[in-house]
Design a protein around this ligand. Structure first.
Ligand code: BES
Ligand code: ZN
Length: 455
């Protein structure tokens, strides 16, 4: 291990330059205009994997390509096999004017790197690649075989990957999937995640008049789609933060006393949270702490709300339509399609007769929950402790990684969530960043992990 750790230490400057090259690709999966950038980014990644000694290829899909990279292995290798999963696609960078430097021109300030995708997720899986590079370049034998699966559609629901898993089930069969795409409360509190929330996405459009109307000429006699949308959405949550859609909470598992005690031990305060995100007050479902609300309870969120004139100055119209982009976060025992049905049925029930309701279904994924008690989780905890020098904590994550349940269903493999992000890394926000301390310790953690898992 000395040689591996030394190699990592000696090469941080070069790693950083390579990290910057990777971040310069505007691999925004949600925006069709960036299709070529995703392809170029994947091609760069394949070349990079090859340069560090992996056998890598680019696999075309109906959507964005998947990168597969394997450690060289014996023909009939008896070694355990693990998958490392990550994604090279990123969230849209808008609003651009809020970035202190352009999102795809990485900027290093002190021990932090700023760029879209730095934490979510390029930096996190690059840390794993660098750990493997250290093994391969120092001639240190890996105690297991590894396959990296780095996809380009995680941020839009991982649609192509599940077909790919089914097709390549034999080749991808593995003991466990290692994923660094979540977070930890601070470098003093490294964490092993054991749950993710699921998700259900949809878009609601209310259609009113056939075209925008003069609001003086027609206002008063015609319903306004923006107002109708506001009233429709406002009915979906009560003043105690509970979602009012019948059936929405069906099956939701209550938190056990044990879990609530664990939650109470998490570091951080509500005051700190308020300050970090810049709100006057927090708001959430009554009866639950903010950490419980953020990872163990389902939500209904408006991600985008559009209607009428958005340009400068005033324009006196009654807009022809209004649209809301919605995602619900789901918890164990909730089925995305059942929640979708409940939401759609309720919207149909309460839609005013003045509007035509159109609902477009989006992606969906179940929550993930695996108790962190097995030997793999113990190995992961040891690797975290060795790299970060602190006892790791166990936590449930609020975000979603849609493919993890497919790993379980198709490959029979659990996922180890070894997040390297920090709560203030601005994932999905302007000025996304990644701590270089987490990058470096993440590489060490990844290096220790293969030893610990194979012990
Ligand atoms: N890295 C996140 C997942 C995440 C974030 C887990 C924070 C835990 C805490 C991932 O890239 C992500 O953002 N996933 C999307 C999936 C969705 C678009 C289907 C998400 O959670 O919104
Ligand atoms: Zn993300």
């Amino acid at each position: 291990m000395e040689k591996v750790l030394d190699y990592l230490k000696q090469n941080q400057q070069r790693f950083l330059a390579e990290f910057c090259d990777y971040l310069r690709f505007a691999s925004v999966s949600a925006q069709p205009a960036h299709k070529n950038d995703l392809h170029a980014c994947a091609a760069w990644l394949v070349a990079h994997c090859q340069a560090i000694g992996l056998e890598a290829k680019l696999c075309a899909t109906a959507g964005h390509p998947i990168v597969i990279a394997k450690t060289p292995r014996a023909k009939n290798s008896q070694q355990p096999h693990y998958m490392v999963y990550g994604h090279y696609d990123v969230q849209p960078p808008e609003p651009l004017e809020l970035w202190k430097s352009p999102p795809f021109e990485p900027r290093i300030v002190g021990n932090t790197i700023y760029a879209r995708g730095s934490m979510d997720n390029k930096g996190q899986h690059l840390a794993h690649l660098k750990a493997v590079e250290a093994y391969l370049k120092t001639g240190t034998a890996l105690p297991c075989d590894l396959t990296f699966v780095i996809e380009g559609e995680e941020e839009i629901g991982s649609e192509s990957l599940s077909g790919f898993l089914k097709k390549n089930r034999r080749e991808l069969n593995c003991q466990a999937v290692v994923i660094s795409d979540t977070g930890m409360p601070s470098p003093k509190h490294p964490a092993l995640g054991y749950s993710l929330r699921g998700i259900m996405a949809l878009e609601i459009t209310l259609h009113g008049p056939a075209r925008d109307l003069h609001s003086g000429g027609f206002g008063g006699a015609v319903d306004n789609p923006a107002m109708a949308m506001s009233q429709l959405l406002a009915q979906l949550r009560d003043q105690h933060g509970r979602i009012t859609i019948p059936g929405f909470y069906d099956g939701v598992a209550p938190l056990t006393a044990y879990e609530r005690k664990e939650y109470a031990r998490l570091p951080g305060t509500d005051a700190g949270l308020k300050k970090m995100i810049g709100v006057k007050n927090l708001f959430g479902e009554r009866g639950f702490s903010s950490s419980e609300q953020r990872s163990a309870r389902p939500t209904f969120e408006i991600n985008g709300l559009t209607s009428g004139y958005q340009g400068e100055g005033s324009k006196t119209i009654i807009p022809s339509w209004a649209r809301a982009k919605i995602t619900c976060r789901l918890v164990p025992n909730q089925k995305p399609e059942a929640v979708r049905k409940a939401v759609v049925a309720h919207l149909k029930r309460i839609c005013p007769p003045t509007m035509r309701l159109e609902i477009a279904a989006g992606h969906g994924a179940e929550a993930y929950f695996v108790p962190p008690t097995g030997p793999q989780a113990q190995a992961a905890l040891r690797a975290l402790e060795k790299a970060f020098g602190r006892k790791p904590i166990l936590m449930r994550e609020g975000g979603s990684i849609p493919i993890v349940n497919q790993f379980k269903k198709i490959l029979g493999a659990d996922s180890l969530l070894l997040g390297l992000g920090l709560p203030d890394d601005n994932a999905h926000s302007p000025n996304e960043k990644f701590s270089l301390e987490c990058f470096e310790k993440g590489q060490r953690m990844a290096a220790f992990l293969w030893q610990e898992l194979s012990r």
